[in-house]
Design a protein around this ligand. Sequence first.
Ligand SMILES: Cc1ncc(COP(=O)(O)OP(=O)(O)O)c(N)n1
Ligand SMILES: Cc1nc(C(=O)O)sc1CCOP(=O)(O)O
Ligand SMILES: [Mg+2]
Length: 201
Amino acid sequence: MKFDPFYLIVDSTAWIERLVPLGVKLVQLRIKDLSDEDIRSEIRAARAICAAHDCQLIVNDYWRLAIEEGCDFVHLGQEDLAEADVAAIRAAGLKLGLSTHDEAELETALAADPDYVALGPIYPTILKKMKWAPQGLDRLAVWRKRTGPLPLVAIGGLNPERIDGVFAHGADSAAVVTDITLNADPEGRTKEWIRKTEAWR
Ligand SMILES: Cc1ncc(COP(=O)(O)OP(=O)(O)O)c(N)n1
Ligand SMILES: Cc1nc(C(=O)O)sc1CCOP(=O)(O)O
Ligand SMILES: [Mg+2]
């Protein structure tokens, strides 16, 4: 599976409507703190926009809603995974991406036969409080060896200046939130990310 090297993560369909038409090919809808019905509506609308723009949509956390809404890819963290019905996700034909932050989590993730593995936070992130220190680029190179042919996603504190480093250390895709969503010009920054990742596309 060829994974796009630019992995945008946003917290609403409004962002997807704004940024996906610029040429984004891989986007995660990561919503927290909405009712299930509101999340369902967001997923439904995001799915339609992504389909119209040939963009892969990945739904974070809400695997049941993703199945019900006919999505084809979910992302789960380790706590999500512990509570999820992976057999049901697979039976519905969905692909599965998993977060990892240490060796034990990598073992757990690989045992679940995921479609990609994410390692983070590579650099400090301001998006959420994390119990792990920044992993650094060398750790990414270790993960590269451990994950074999599986797509490897780098996440946490990434920006266009750090892109070359993560790819040089074995990442297949660079995931980003605040460098784009808190940027003064999110559209311009998105285009910059698309340009900067072109060599790995
Ligand atoms: C690509 C990617 N990597 C890691 C995460 C984090 O997932 P998780 O640990 O479940 O934390 P939340 O994002 O749900 O707060 C991710 N969403 N995407
Ligand atoms: C959602 C998330 N998960 C991480 C992990 O390490 O699992 S780091 C992270 C935040 C990424 O946001 P930003 O690009 O703004 O740093
Ligand atoms: Mg999660």
